[in-house]
Design a protein around this ligand. Structure first.
Ligand code: SF4
Length: 302
Protein backbone atom coordinates (compact mmCIF):
# COMPACT_ATOMS: atom_id res chain seq x y z
CA UNK A 1 0.00 0.00 0.00
CA UNK A 2 2.91 2.39 0.70
CA UNK A 3 4.33 4.27 -2.31
CA UNK A 4 7.93 3.11 -2.95
CA UNK A 5 9.14 6.60 -2.22
CA UNK A 6 7.36 8.84 0.30
CA UNK A 7 5.54 11.42 -1.80
CA UNK A 8 4.15 14.80 -0.78
CA UNK A 9 2.00 17.30 -2.64
CA UNK A 10 -0.50 19.95 -1.60
CA UNK A 11 -3.29 17.89 -3.17
CA UNK A 12 -2.33 14.82 -1.16
CA UNK A 13 -2.10 16.52 2.19
CA UNK A 14 -5.27 18.54 1.60
CA UNK A 15 -7.19 15.37 0.81
CA UNK A 16 -5.74 13.53 3.82
CA UNK A 17 -6.79 16.36 6.10
CA UNK A 18 -10.27 16.35 4.62
CA UNK A 19 -10.72 12.60 4.78
CA UNK A 20 -8.25 9.71 5.38
CA UNK A 21 -10.65 7.28 3.66
CA UNK A 22 -10.76 9.30 0.45
CA UNK A 23 -6.97 9.76 0.61
CA UNK A 24 -6.33 6.01 0.84
CA UNK A 25 -8.77 5.33 -2.00
CA UNK A 26 -7.11 7.86 -4.28
CA UNK A 27 -3.42 7.45 -3.49
CA UNK A 28 -3.43 3.85 -2.29
CA UNK A 29 -6.06 1.65 -3.87
CA UNK A 30 -6.50 3.50 -7.15
CA UNK A 31 -2.74 3.52 -7.76
CA UNK A 32 -2.25 -0.06 -6.59
CA UNK A 33 -4.95 -1.37 -8.92
CA UNK A 34 -4.35 0.97 -11.85
CA UNK A 35 -4.05 -1.95 -14.31
CA UNK A 36 -7.37 -3.37 -13.20
CA UNK A 37 -10.61 -2.00 -14.74
CA UNK A 38 -12.03 -1.14 -11.31
CA UNK A 39 -8.82 0.65 -10.33
CA UNK A 40 -9.04 2.66 -13.54
CA UNK A 41 -12.62 3.66 -12.77
CA UNK A 42 -11.53 4.71 -9.28
CA UNK A 43 -8.79 6.91 -10.74
CA UNK A 44 -11.25 8.43 -13.21
CA UNK A 45 -13.61 9.30 -10.37
CA UNK A 46 -11.02 11.50 -8.76
CA UNK A 47 -10.31 13.28 -12.03
CA UNK A 48 -13.80 14.75 -12.25
CA UNK A 49 -13.62 18.38 -11.23
CA UNK A 50 -16.34 20.93 -10.77
CA UNK A 51 -16.85 23.60 -13.47
CA UNK A 52 -15.57 26.10 -10.88
CA UNK A 53 -12.25 24.28 -10.46
CA UNK A 54 -11.96 23.77 -14.21
CA UNK A 55 -12.37 27.51 -14.68
CA UNK A 56 -9.38 28.08 -12.39
CA UNK A 57 -7.31 25.38 -14.07
CA UNK A 58 -8.05 27.06 -17.39
CA UNK A 59 -6.77 30.38 -16.02
CA UNK A 60 -3.45 28.77 -15.11
CA UNK A 61 -3.11 26.98 -18.46
CA UNK A 62 -3.92 30.13 -20.40
CA UNK A 63 -1.43 32.28 -18.48
CA UNK A 64 1.33 29.76 -19.11
CA UNK A 65 0.46 29.58 -22.84
CA UNK A 66 0.44 33.38 -22.94
CA UNK A 67 3.94 33.59 -21.44
CA UNK A 68 5.27 30.85 -23.70
CA UNK A 69 3.95 32.61 -26.82
CA UNK A 70 5.22 35.98 -25.57
CA UNK A 71 8.72 34.55 -25.22
CA UNK A 72 8.45 33.21 -28.77
CA UNK A 73 7.50 36.66 -30.04
CA UNK A 74 3.70 36.44 -30.23
CA UNK A 75 1.80 38.88 -28.02
CA UNK A 76 -1.88 38.11 -27.58
CA UNK A 77 -4.54 40.81 -27.79
CA UNK A 78 -7.37 40.89 -25.20
CA UNK A 79 -9.64 39.56 -27.91
CA UNK A 80 -7.38 36.56 -28.41
CA UNK A 81 -7.25 35.96 -24.64
CA UNK A 82 -11.04 35.86 -24.63
CA UNK A 83 -11.25 33.50 -27.61
CA UNK A 84 -8.61 31.17 -26.18
CA UNK A 85 -10.16 31.10 -22.73
CA UNK A 86 -13.57 30.27 -24.11
CA UNK A 87 -12.16 27.49 -26.29
CA UNK A 88 -9.98 25.96 -23.53
CA UNK A 89 -12.74 26.12 -20.93
CA UNK A 90 -15.28 24.54 -23.27
CA UNK A 91 -12.80 21.75 -24.00
CA UNK A 92 -12.30 21.16 -20.29
CA UNK A 93 -16.06 20.96 -19.73
CA UNK A 94 -16.47 18.58 -22.69
CA UNK A 95 -13.72 16.30 -21.33
CA UNK A 96 -15.44 16.35 -17.93
CA UNK A 97 -18.79 15.43 -19.50
CA UNK A 98 -17.18 12.56 -21.41
CA UNK A 99 -15.69 11.19 -18.18
CA UNK A 100 -19.08 11.37 -16.51
CA UNK A 101 -20.72 9.56 -19.42
CA UNK A 102 -18.11 6.83 -19.12
CA UNK A 103 -19.06 6.43 -15.48
CA UNK A 104 -22.72 6.18 -16.48
CA UNK A 105 -21.70 3.26 -18.73
CA UNK A 106 -20.23 1.59 -15.64
CA UNK A 107 -23.52 2.09 -13.84
CA UNK A 108 -22.10 4.81 -11.56
CA UNK A 109 -24.50 7.61 -10.76
CA UNK A 110 -24.09 10.36 -8.20
CA UNK A 111 -25.71 13.74 -7.67
CA UNK A 112 -22.23 15.22 -8.14
CA UNK A 113 -21.87 13.81 -11.62
CA UNK A 114 -24.13 16.08 -13.63
CA UNK A 115 -23.36 17.00 -17.20
CA UNK A 116 -22.52 20.70 -17.39
CA UNK A 117 -22.19 23.50 -19.90
CA UNK A 118 -19.57 26.21 -20.06
CA UNK A 119 -21.47 28.97 -18.30
CA UNK A 120 -21.01 32.48 -19.58
CA UNK A 121 -20.46 34.10 -16.17
CA UNK A 122 -17.61 31.68 -15.40
CA UNK A 123 -16.04 32.42 -18.78
CA UNK A 124 -16.26 36.16 -18.06
CA UNK A 125 -14.74 35.67 -14.61
CA UNK A 126 -11.89 33.61 -16.03
CA UNK A 127 -11.17 36.04 -18.86
CA UNK A 128 -11.06 38.96 -16.44
CA UNK A 129 -8.63 37.16 -14.11
CA UNK A 130 -6.36 36.35 -17.07
CA UNK A 131 -6.39 39.90 -18.41
CA UNK A 132 -5.75 41.35 -14.94
CA UNK A 133 -2.74 39.07 -14.56
CA UNK A 134 -1.38 39.80 -18.03
CA UNK A 135 -1.57 43.53 -17.22
CA UNK A 136 0.08 43.10 -13.81
CA UNK A 137 3.18 45.28 -13.52
CA UNK A 138 5.33 42.50 -12.08
CA UNK A 139 4.57 40.09 -14.90
CA UNK A 140 5.12 42.84 -17.49
CA UNK A 141 8.50 43.60 -15.87
CA UNK A 142 9.61 39.96 -15.90
CA UNK A 143 8.56 39.57 -19.50
CA UNK A 144 10.44 42.67 -20.57
CA UNK A 145 13.89 41.66 -19.32
CA UNK A 146 15.88 38.50 -18.64
CA UNK A 147 14.49 35.11 -19.59
CA UNK A 148 11.38 33.36 -18.40
CA UNK A 149 10.41 29.72 -18.83
CA UNK A 150 7.34 27.65 -18.17
CA UNK A 151 7.68 24.82 -15.71
CA UNK A 152 5.89 21.50 -15.98
CA UNK A 153 3.40 21.49 -13.05
CA UNK A 154 4.06 17.82 -12.33
CA UNK A 155 7.82 18.14 -12.07
CA UNK A 156 9.12 17.05 -8.69
CA UNK A 157 12.22 17.42 -6.54
CA UNK A 158 13.61 14.96 -4.01
CA UNK A 159 14.51 16.24 -0.58
CA UNK A 160 15.55 13.91 2.27
CA UNK A 161 14.32 10.99 0.13
CA UNK A 162 10.84 12.55 -0.05
CA UNK A 163 9.45 13.27 -3.50
CA UNK A 164 7.96 16.75 -3.40
CA UNK A 165 5.46 18.08 -5.91
CA UNK A 166 5.31 21.82 -5.39
CA UNK A 167 6.51 23.20 -8.68
CA UNK A 168 6.58 26.89 -9.57
CA UNK A 169 4.62 27.76 -12.72
CA UNK A 170 7.31 30.02 -14.17
CA UNK A 171 11.01 30.61 -13.59
CA UNK A 172 12.53 33.98 -14.35
CA UNK A 173 16.27 34.60 -14.64
CA UNK A 174 17.23 38.28 -14.52
CA UNK A 175 19.94 40.64 -13.35
CA UNK A 176 18.62 40.36 -9.77
CA UNK A 177 18.83 36.56 -9.79
CA UNK A 178 16.23 33.83 -10.13
CA UNK A 179 12.55 34.26 -9.30
CA UNK A 180 10.24 31.26 -8.94
CA UNK A 181 6.68 32.30 -9.75
CA UNK A 182 3.56 30.43 -8.67
CA UNK A 183 -0.14 31.15 -9.25
CA UNK A 184 -2.45 30.28 -6.32
CA UNK A 185 -6.00 30.30 -7.55
CA UNK A 186 -8.07 28.87 -4.73
CA UNK A 187 -8.38 31.43 -1.97
CA UNK A 188 -6.10 33.20 0.40
CA UNK A 189 -3.02 31.86 2.22
CA UNK A 190 -2.10 33.17 5.64
CA UNK A 191 1.42 34.30 6.39
CA UNK A 192 2.57 30.88 7.74
CA UNK A 193 1.10 29.09 4.73
CA UNK A 194 2.85 31.49 2.38
CA UNK A 195 6.19 30.92 4.08
CA UNK A 196 5.65 27.16 4.00
CA UNK A 197 4.78 27.13 0.30
CA UNK A 198 7.58 29.52 -0.63
CA UNK A 199 10.16 27.42 1.28
CA UNK A 200 9.12 24.33 -0.67
CA UNK A 201 8.97 26.09 -4.03
CA UNK A 202 12.47 27.44 -3.44
CA UNK A 203 13.83 23.88 -3.70
CA UNK A 204 13.29 24.23 -7.47
CA UNK A 205 15.95 26.95 -7.52
CA UNK A 206 18.72 27.59 -5.01
CA UNK A 207 18.93 29.20 -1.57
CA UNK A 208 19.29 32.64 -3.16
CA UNK A 209 16.16 32.30 -5.32
CA UNK A 210 13.26 34.63 -4.69
CA UNK A 211 9.74 33.20 -4.64
CA UNK A 212 6.80 35.24 -5.96
CA UNK A 213 3.32 33.98 -5.09
CA UNK A 214 0.43 35.43 -7.07
CA UNK A 215 -2.72 34.79 -5.05
CA UNK A 216 -6.17 35.17 -6.58
CA UNK A 217 -8.47 36.16 -3.73
CA UNK A 218 -12.00 37.42 -4.30
CA UNK A 219 -11.22 37.88 -7.99
CA UNK A 220 -8.18 40.09 -7.33
CA UNK A 221 -4.49 39.23 -7.67
CA UNK A 222 -2.15 39.85 -4.77
CA UNK A 223 1.58 39.31 -5.02
CA UNK A 224 3.80 38.20 -2.14
CA UNK A 225 7.52 38.07 -2.75
CA UNK A 226 9.90 36.39 -0.32
CA UNK A 227 13.32 34.78 -0.10
CA UNK A 228 13.05 31.92 2.43
CA UNK A 229 15.99 31.47 4.77
CA UNK A 230 17.54 28.40 6.38
CA UNK A 231 15.27 28.09 9.43
CA UNK A 232 12.16 28.51 7.25
CA UNK A 233 13.32 25.77 4.88
CA UNK A 234 14.02 23.49 7.85
CA UNK A 235 10.63 24.30 9.40
CA UNK A 236 8.90 23.46 6.12
CA UNK A 237 10.67 20.10 5.86
CA UNK A 238 9.76 19.28 9.49
CA UNK A 239 6.10 19.77 8.59
CA UNK A 240 6.53 17.64 5.47
CA UNK A 241 7.99 14.79 7.54
CA UNK A 242 5.01 14.98 9.91
CA UNK A 243 2.63 14.95 6.93
CA UNK A 244 4.37 11.87 5.53
CA UNK A 245 3.96 10.10 8.88
CA UNK A 246 0.23 10.87 8.85
CA UNK A 247 -0.01 9.52 5.31
CA UNK A 248 1.78 6.31 6.27
CA UNK A 249 -0.47 5.89 9.30
CA UNK A 250 -3.52 6.16 7.04
CA UNK A 251 -2.10 3.59 4.58
CA UNK A 252 -1.19 1.23 7.43
CA UNK A 253 -4.83 1.02 8.51
CA UNK A 254 -5.80 -0.88 5.37
CA UNK A 255 -6.38 -4.51 6.38
CA UNK A 256 -5.90 -7.67 4.36
CA UNK A 257 -7.84 -7.89 1.07
CA UNK A 258 -7.88 -4.10 0.94
CA UNK A 259 -10.49 -3.88 3.68
CA UNK A 260 -10.90 -0.19 4.51
CA UNK A 261 -13.17 -0.47 7.55
CA UNK A 262 -10.36 0.68 9.85
CA UNK A 263 -9.48 3.73 7.79
CA UNK A 264 -11.14 6.77 9.39
CA UNK A 265 -13.95 8.58 7.63
CA UNK A 266 -14.02 12.37 7.40
CA UNK A 267 -14.46 14.32 10.64
CA UNK A 268 -17.25 16.40 9.25
CA UNK A 269 -20.10 15.73 6.86
CA UNK A 270 -19.16 18.91 5.01
CA UNK A 271 -16.20 17.01 3.52
CA UNK A 272 -18.57 14.38 2.13
CA UNK A 273 -20.80 16.83 0.32
CA UNK A 274 -18.34 17.31 -2.54
CA UNK A 275 -16.71 13.89 -2.37
CA UNK A 276 -16.55 11.99 -5.68
CA UNK A 277 -16.56 8.58 -3.97
CA UNK A 278 -19.48 9.17 -1.61
CA UNK A 279 -21.67 6.79 -3.61
CA UNK A 280 -19.35 3.91 -2.56
CA UNK A 281 -18.68 5.06 1.01
CA UNK A 282 -20.58 3.92 4.13
CA UNK A 283 -21.43 7.56 4.79
CA UNK A 284 -23.84 7.56 1.83
CA UNK A 285 -26.43 5.98 4.13
CA UNK A 286 -25.97 8.63 6.82
CA UNK A 287 -22.73 10.16 8.01
CA UNK A 288 -23.37 9.94 11.77
CA UNK A 289 -24.40 6.28 11.59
CA UNK A 290 -21.34 5.40 9.53
CA UNK A 291 -19.07 7.18 12.03
CA UNK A 292 -20.75 5.46 14.99
CA UNK A 293 -20.39 2.04 13.33
CA UNK A 294 -16.76 2.70 12.59
CA UNK A 295 -16.06 3.79 16.18
CA UNK A 296 -17.69 0.59 17.48
CA UNK A 297 -15.66 -1.49 15.03
CA UNK A 298 -12.40 0.17 15.99
CA UNK A 299 -13.09 -0.30 19.73
CA UNK A 300 -13.83 -3.98 19.14
CA UNK A 301 -10.55 -4.43 17.25
CA UNK A 302 -8.69 -2.36 19.81
S1 SF4 B 1 -17.93 10.33 1.52
FE1 SF4 B 1 -17.03 11.42 3.24
S2 SF4 B 1 -16.19 9.84 4.57
FE2 SF4 B 1 -16.60 8.89 2.58
S3 SF4 B 1 -14.67 8.99 1.49
FE3 SF4 B 1 -15.84 10.79 0.94
S4 SF4 B 1 -15.23 12.42 2.36
FE4 SF4 B 1 -14.56 10.44 3.19
Amino acid sequence: MFPLQPTWSNTRINLLQRCPRAFVLRYGLAKLSKHHPQGQVLSELFKIQTPWILMHQTIRGLLLDYVEDYVNGTIWSEKLVRIRFKKDYKQAITARNQRIQQLFHHGIHSSLFQLAQAEEHLIEMGVKSCIDMIQHNSLIRWLSHGSIERKNPVSSVTNENIRLYCSPDLIHHGRNGTTLIKFYLYGNLNSNERTHQASLIQSYGDNESTVALFILHRRKWYIHTTKPVEHQRKGAMNLIRQDIQHMETAFSKVNKNNDLSNVPLADSYRACMMCNVRFMCPSRHGFENAKAEQRALMCRWG
